[in-house]
Each structure stands twice: as structure tokens, then as C-alpha cells.
Design a protein around this ligand. Structure first.
Ligand code: PMP
Length: 362
């Protein structure tokens, strides 16, 4: 199929073409079932196979150890901002958060609705251009958990190494970098991620939770917002987003065929290096937003000398088939989101567009 845009959307974002084409083949009739997967009962054998296969691929590709549940829930990562404190924060405890940028701030504001919140570390004073180091973390007494945002989608920063929080469970929002590289899941008590960047279409959110954290929440927590509800029912308590889970499974098969998390990291490092090298060799024409040690493999954020020039960059890039390069409205500038499924060729094309644009305007 021709005519694929150079898609740098921040999410929902590019999916592998092979996955889309394969899904297209199965769209109207799944196997020889006489119907689309979307028309089937979530209690039937065919859908159940898809459901458990997606779960087992996630376990395999993320290296989820024994003793963790893998859940499919709805409401996006934004609902996890509430579910985490609703389920894990108890009276007399404090929830600790690392303030790294726009998404961390949203998680913090939501947690304040449910109890005591402390900022364990913050890079606000540096305009969120960096991720704090492990040494900067100060945990409050009686910390229920420590929450961090592994990749700040808007600012374009990413943790390269996760802090060791000892007996205090570490909670990670990995919405924009899940499966972009291998990680040690055992460092976390809970990981959550909306699917619509690295895992598939929007509509499903994955949660990995250590079993000892699945306890009865304090107070009145709606049934659908308790981890225990979904854990007990293998994420089939109510009707799950069957099509989104199917698509996530197809994306995971593609990840597996392309070297798993290690393969993704190699691809992602190559893509990110192309753009960061272009920025660094531009003699200040392009200015990276994130500090070098905190640069994201997924969202490359940069600025030009003036907002006018940035507008021109967006306009000319769009005319040449590049989509999604305008930075988030809250920070401005430019952003190229280069999630797992963004092909190297798109990034090569962008790097050369950036060179041409500089030659014409530098
Ligand atoms: N956290 C991060 C890091 C994100 O990038 C996003 C979405 N861009 C969210 C949370 C919110 O996700 P959702 O739209 O699925 O609620």
C-alpha cells in the first residue's frame, strides 16, 4: 500500500503496516467463524484465546516474573491516576510522586483527591528538562508507594535507570515507552500504560501488578475501579474492549518477530540518534529541549530560534507528508514521536528534511 504518511503523532500513533494489513484481512470474518471478532461474545472460546494469548505475549515480551497479574482495563492511563491511590493509599500513609513534567503533574493532582501526597523529587526548577537522579529522591515516612512517569511524552524526557525504592513499591506510568526497551519489571510494584502509543489502538490500558498489592481498598471504591475485581476475573469481569485487545496482541506478535524488547531498543536507539545527531550538529539552529542525559527515545522535542520559524517548519513539513510534528500546546516547539512502529525510513526522511530546512533558513 502506497501513500503512508510520515506519521510522528504522539498518540494514537503509527501502527506497523503489516499489523494493519493482517487485521484488515481478518476484519470482516475472523478465521472461518462467520463473523468479525468484534461481533463475538467475550465469553466465547475464540475471543478467550485472543485474550489469553495477548496476556501471555505481554508476559513474555516484558519479562513479567511470577507473582504479577497482567490486567486489561479501560479509562486510559488517566483513570490509573485515580485507581493507583484509590487502591494503594491508606489512612496514615503518604503517596510519593516524582514531578518530571506534564503527565506526572496530572497524576499528582489526581492523587491529592484521595489522600496525602509528597513530592519525592522534582525537576520543575529546571523547567522539566531533565529527570531527577535516584539520589535526589526523598521518601516521606510511611510512604505507600513512589510514582514515576518513565517517559514524559510532552517534554521528551525519559528515565534511563529506575531508582531502587527498597520495600516501598515503585509505580510506573509507562504509557509512552512501554516495550521500547527491556526493563526489570521486578523493580516495580505496579506498571500501567495506555495502549495507544506502543501497544496498539486506544481503548485498552494494561496494568501489571504485584499480587501482594491486590488487597481490599479502604473506603468505598467502585467495583470497576478495584484491581482485585479485574485480577479475580482475568480482566473478564465485564465486557473488555475486545478489538483493542486483539489489536494489541497483533502488535505484540510483530514486536516478537522483530526481536522483542531488545530488538525494539536497537531500532529505537538508531532512530533517536538520527534526530538527536541532527539537532546536535545544527550549530544551534535546532535546540533540543531535554538535557542530554534525560533525552527520550520516544519523543524528540526541539525548538527553533523563533515561534515564527517553528510555524514555518510545521507548515513545510506537512506539505511534504510529515504529520504530527507540532509540539504539545503546553510547551510549544516541535516534537517527533518515534514509537516502536515508526519505521526507520520515516525518521531518515525527517532528518533529511531538517537538514534541508536548515540550509534554506539557517
Ligand atoms: N501518561 C502519559 C505518560 C501519557 O503520555 C498519556 C497520554 N498521552 C497519559 C498518561 C494519559 O493517557 P490516556 O489518554 O490513555 O488517559
Amino acid at each position: 500500500m502506497a501513500n503512508r504518511a510520515y506519521n510522528f503523532n504522539a498518540g494514537p500513533a503509527a501502527l506497523p503496516l503489516d499489523v494493519l494489513q493482517n487485521a484488515q484481512k481478518q476484519f470482516v470474518e475472523y478465521g472461518d467463524s462467520g463473523m468479525s471478532l468484534m461481533e463475538m461474545s467475550h465469553r466465547g472460546a475464540i475471543y478467550e484465546k485472543v485474550h489469553y494469548e495477548t496476556e501471555s505475549l505481554l508476559r513474555e515480551l516484558l519479562g513479567v516474573p511470577e507473582g504479577y497479574k497482567v490486567l486489561f482495563v479501560q479509562g486510559g492511563a488517566s483513570t490509573q491516576f485515580a485507581m493507583v491511590p484509590m487502591n494503594l493509599l491508606r489512612a496514615g500513609q503518604t503517596a510519593a510522586y516524582v514531578a518530571t513534567g506534564s503527565w506526572a503533574k496530572k497524576a499528582i493532582e489526581e492523587a491529592k483527591l484521595f489522600g496525602e501526597v509528597a513530592i519525592a523529587a522534582s525537576s520543575e526548577a529546571d523547567a522539566y528538562k531533565r529527570v531527577p537522579s535516584a539520589e535526589e529522591l526523598k521518601l516521606p515516612d510511611h510512604a505507600a508507594y513512589v510514582h514515576l512517569t518513565s517517559n514524559e511524552t510532552i517534554e521528551g524526557t525519559q528515565w534511563s535507570e529506575f531508582p531502587d525504592t527498597g520495600s516501598v513499591p515503585l509505580v510506573g506510568d509507562m504509557s509512552s515507552d512501554i516495550l521500547c526497551r527491556p526493563i526489570d519489571v521486578s523493580k516495580f510494584g505496579l506498571i500501567y500504560a495506555g495502549a495507544q502509543k506502543n501497544l496498539g489502538p486506544s481503548g485498552v490500558t494494561i496494568v501489571l501488578i504485584r499480587e501482594d498489592l491486590i488487597v481490599k481498598p479502604e473506603g468505598a471504591v467502585p467495583t470497576m475501579l478495584r484491581y482485585s475485581t479485574h485480577a479475580k476475573a482475568d480482566s473478564l469481569y465485564n465486557t473488555p474492549p475486545t478489538f483493542a485487545i486483539y489489536m494489541a496482541g497483533e502488535v505484540l506478535k510483530w514486536v516478537k518477530a522483530n526481536g522483542g524488547a531488545t530488538g525494539m531498543e536497537a531500532r529505537n536507539r538508531e532512530k533517536a540518534a538520527l534526530l538527536y545527531d541532527r539537532i546536535d550538529s545544527s550549530e544551534g539552529f535546532y535546540r533540543g529541549f531535554a538535557e542530554a542525559g534525560s533525552r527520550s527515545l520516544m519523543n524528540v522535542t526541539f525548538r527553533l530560534a523563533s515561534e515564527e520559524l517553528e510555524k514555518q517548519f510545521v507548515k513545510e513539513s506537512e506539505a511534504q507528508g510529515f504529520i504530527g510534528l507540532k509540539g504539545h500546546r503546553s510547551v510549544g516547539g516541535l516534537r517527533a514521536s518515534i514509537y516502536n512502529a515508526v519505521p526507520l525510513e520515516s525518521v531518515q526522511a525527517l532528518a533529511s528534511f531538517m537538514r534541508d530546512f536548515q540550509n534554506r533558513n539557517g
